[in-house]
Unconditional design. Sequence first.
Length: 129
Amino acid sequence: MSDQKLIFVVDDDPLINMLVIKRFSSEGYRMESFDYGEGCLKSLYKNPDLIILDYFFINDHSEVMNGMEVFDKIKETKPDIPVIMLSGQDKGEIVLELARKGIDDYVIKDNNLIDNLNTAIKELFDSRE
C-alpha cells in the first residue's frame, strides 16, 4: 500500500517507542522511531504524515534539544506536518504554551497512553481528509 501514512515517534524512553511502534505498525502505519529530536529533524525530508514528539529528553552525555525546541525547528522547516506532543507533565501552563505554539494535540504519558494516542491520531487524520 503506497498510501500508508508515515509516523515518526521521537522519545528517549525505549519502552514508549517500542509500544507505540508495535501498536501502530499493526494498524497499518509505517513507523520510524528516534531517541532524540535531532535524528527526527535530519529525517524530515521523508515528509512524515505525523510526528509524535516527547516533551522532555534526558541525555547525560551531551546537550539535546527539548521537545519544544524540536517542535519549533519542525515548524520552521515543515510547517504542515502535524505534531502530537507526549509528556509526563500534566501542568496546565505547559499545555497552554503548547496550544499557543500550535501543537496539534497533547497526550499525557499514563496508563491510557496508547488508547489516548490512538484516539488523537484517528481524529487528526480524519480531520485532514
